[in-house]
Design a protein around this ligand. Structure first.
Ligand code: URA
Length: 238
């Protein structure tokens, strides 16, 4: 949560009073005077102090195994949304998915009510890597590994950043691989394989930044991030 919003809501201050706390150097994060009012903080990671008061946040960070068929949205007229998969005990105002997976894509999706963190994770310059497990309808060989490494050019001309392709097994009509990309273009993985002449048959995200999908989490299941995972995300709390 933004530090200024936290102070206003926890200490019931006006905007002017909140700014005075900063001006009087009374706001400290992890014991250091903090002057950046828009800094993103979480009391699970930081000690947040205003004068003698210690402030706490109450965010949720959930790692969801998105099932095929659910839409990555908060509201939808026709389909189940990923936020509807979250039990009422874990619901929060402003709970939303970080990034987007297609309706027919499954796998790792972070769901949180920390809007600022979600925003930071999606910024292109943060280069948060995402790994997908992919099944396609054609053959893969080292020429594909090289092409992905160089940067795939979409059929429309757009060029992607270098990506890492690891082939698990490959046959004429079915190949299984892992692809790691740094960007989040619309239908990126499907379009990358299309540019190589293949169609994606199944797509599953297994990693995003420091987060990894646990194989034990069933489709539609979710769990809170562990303290270690949250610490690994701390780098994005700007
Ligand atoms: N790339 C795609 O084509 N689809 C997704 O859902 C995610 C990445």
């Amino acid at each position: 949560m933004r530090l200024d919003k936290l102070i206003e809501t926890e200490l019931l201050t006006s905007r002017k009073e909140m700014k005075q706390y900063f001006a009087r150097r009374l706001v400290k994060v992890d014991g250091q005077v903090e002057m950046n009012a828009s800094r993103n903080v979480d009391s699970q990671l930081h000690t947040i102090q205003v004068g003698t008061d210690f402030l706490t946040t109450n965010h949720v960070y959930l790692l969801l195994n998105k099932p095929i068929g659910a839409v990555t949205a908060v509201k939808d007229e026709r389909h189940t949304t990923v936020t509807q998969l979250i039990a009422s005990a874990d619901q929060r105002e402003n709970l939303y998915p970080v990034g987007r997976l297609d309706r027919d894509t499954e796998g790792l999706l972070l769901v949180t009510d920390n809007g600022q963190l979600g925003y930071e994770l999606l910024l292109p310059d943060k280069k948060v890597e995402k790994t997908y497990e992919v099944w396609i309808n054609g053959l893969l060989d080292t020429s594909d590994v090289v092409a992905f490494e160089k940067g795939i050019q979409f059929i429309g001309g757009e060029i992607c950043k270098p990506a890492e392709l690891v082939i698990v097994e490959s046959f004429a009509k079915l190949s299984h691989c892992y692809l790691t990309i740094q960007e989040g273009k619309f239908h990126q993985v499907k379009k990358m394989f299309l540019a190589r002449g293949s169609k994606v048959l199944r797509l599953r995200r297994t990693k995003m930044g420091p987060l990894t999908l646990d194989e034990k989490l069933p489709p539609g299941g979710y769990r809170p991030l562990t303290g270690i995972e949250l610490k690994e995300l701390a780098h994005y709390f700007k």
